[in-house]
Design a protein around this ligand. Structure first.
Ligand code: COA
Length: 479
């Protein structure tokens, strides 16, 4: 075993293996063991890949081995997809081979009452100092290693959100979402039965992972609630932890109990505990990903002054309402700043806050307004709204906004909402691609910004340093 592996924790090896053995690799495209090899290859994994199959038949052009023991080189990670009854022996062989981490895809353990079979896995892992993820998982995706060791979708949109899920089907479906809605993920982790590795371990890993900007967890119940909350408390000081905890209602709790055997617990207790630990609880999937998108693309708010820029009075009012209701501070602009904004709008515009550039706002007035907001140290975050009009082009306005931000260095939180038809969708795609999170309605943009403020306030309350910019904010977010 090389020095590198000894110097890395089991989890680090699991996320960044130099070599992978897929045990249960198959030539049959209908089998999970085939899909795993196929996804690892398609994903562009650059390490060594060893299929293991009792026949020793080649799989997707790769030489395979009849057992991990036959593999000539070192193996860092084993991905095991053989029927449950064979898994303990396979894992034992992995331990003897010196493999430090295993993803156990196979079902048929604790979730169906086979507690002893699962306990054998844990004992073997302990004996050999191995870490195991699972059993009963769809696998692990980690963008920095270009490793798609899952039997989910072959293509995943890479980014900075780590998605940790207790539900397999949901995780696989979300891999599709990442492409559809351009939400970039650094990792997708299927937790399964959590025989060894639990959410707290994974969260600790991601809190130190520089490739991850925010962690999004779908949980139904915790095996060791206190450990998970401690990890959330530590991690939330470093990066946002967004939690989607289902089983909120009686009906949901009973569904969670038959799905993963989780005791959903009192929802109010969970709610209070998450809040105390700085975790941000989202009410549904769309909201959780909305928040994570903003938090991985933009820096946190700098101070308690949020500015709304709009070309439509109505959406400006809607955004202002949503801001006030969710704790995003909207204050009237100081006179001198109002005068500067007035130069960028027709006489019938409004320069208070929201700044209403009117329906006659073209590219230049958007770009200059955004630049002005970013330049002024009294503004801590900006919401840019655009309602589609017949006389303006959403795509070029989006470009102007992104250019304006880039020209100024993007040190403040900027969130956008483009309301309209197909061209607005295209405009939002362009904004997302340039790191400017965009949403089809203002309330979703505000909800994401409000969650970012809540996280920032938690950190400050816990004594974490305030973010600073080259131009220095005039005041700070109040804890
Ligand atoms: N070492 C290496 N390969 C082995 C083996 C061993 N000890 N035992 C069996 N194999 C091979 C088989 O020969 C087969 O390859 P082949 O197609 O070339 O014959 C391959 O492994 C798979 O075994 P098979 O018996 O055909 O099982 P399967 O593919 O039908 O199912 C699992 C295996 C693991 C996928 C299945 O048992 C299972 O658990 N499915 C559920 C997975 C799941 O849903 N996980 C949770 C998601 S959230």
């Amino acid at each position: 075993m090389s020095d590198r592996v000894f110097s890395m924790s089991g989890l680090e090896v699991m996320f960044s293996p130099r070599s992978i053995a897929v045990v249960g690799a198959s030539k049959n495209p209908k089998k999970i063991g085939y899909e795993l090899v196929s996804n690892i290859l398609t994903g562009g994994y650059e390490g060594k890949l060893y299929p293991v199959n009792p026949e020793g038949a080649d799989v997707m052009g790769l030489k395979s081995y009849t057992s991990v023991r036959q593999i000539p080189g070192e193996v860092d990670l084993a991905v095991i997809a053989v029927p449950a009854a064979y898994v303990p022996d396979v894992l034992m062989e992995c331990g003897e081979k010196g493999i430090k981490a295993a993803l156990i895809i196979s079902s048929g353990f604790r979730e169906v009452g086979n507690l002893d079979l699962e306990e054998r896995l844990v004992q073997t892992a302990r004996k050999y100092g191995m870490r195991i993820l699972g059993p009963n998982i769809f696998g692990l995706y980690y963008a920095p290693s270009k490793m798609n060791a899952t039997f989910g979708l072959s293509r995943v949109f890479p980014g900075r959100i780590a998605f940790v899920t207790q539900s397999g089907a949901l995780g696989i479906a979300m891999m599709g979402w990442t492409n559809l809605y351009r939400i970039g993920v650094s990792a997708v982790v299927s937790m399964g039965n959590k025989a060894d590795i639990e959410e707290a371990d994974v969260l600790d890993f991601f809190s130190e992972d520089r490739n991850t900007g925010a962690v999004l967890m779908y949980i139904e119940g915790a095996k060791d609630g206190r450990r998970l909350l401690d990890s959330m408390r530590r991690s939330s000081l470093k990066k946002p932890v967004i939690v989607l905890k289902s089983g909120r209602t009686g009906a949901g709790a009973s569904a969670a109990s038959s799905h993963t055997g989780s005791l959903a617990g009192s929802d109010a207790v969970y709610d209070a505990a998450f809040r105390q630990c700085g975790a941000l609880r989202a009410s549904d999937l769309a909201q959780a990903f909305d928040w994570a998108k903003l938090m991985t693309l933009q820096p946190p708010p700098l101070n308690d002054n949020c500015l709304i820029i709009t070309n439509g009075g109505g959406v400006g009012v809607m955004a202002a309402d949503a801001c006030e209701e969710s704790g995003v501070p909207i204050r009237q602009l100081p006179e001198d700043l109002q005068l500067e904004f007035k130069r960028l709008m027709p006489v019938f515009g409004n320069s208070k806050n929201p700044v209403d550039l009117t329906g006659q706002a073209y590219e230049e007035s958007y770009a200059k307004s955004v630049e002005l907001a970013l330049k002024d140290p009294r503004i801590g975050s900006v919401i840019v709204l655009y309602c589609q009009t017949a006389i303006t082009d959403p795509v070029s306005i989006a470009k102007a906004i992104a250019d304006g931000c880039e020209a100024h260095g993007c040190e403040k939180t900027v969130v956008t909402s483009f309301i309209g038809g197909t061209q607005c969708n295209e405009a939002m795609q362009k904004l997302d691609e340039r790191g400017m999170p965009s949403y089809p309605i203002p309330e979703r943009a505000v909800s994401a910004l409000a969650a970012y403020y809540r996280w920032q306030r938690y950190r400050l309350k816990k004594g974490q340093p305030s973010p600073t910019t080259s131009s220095q904010a005039a005041s700070q977010v109040s804890p």
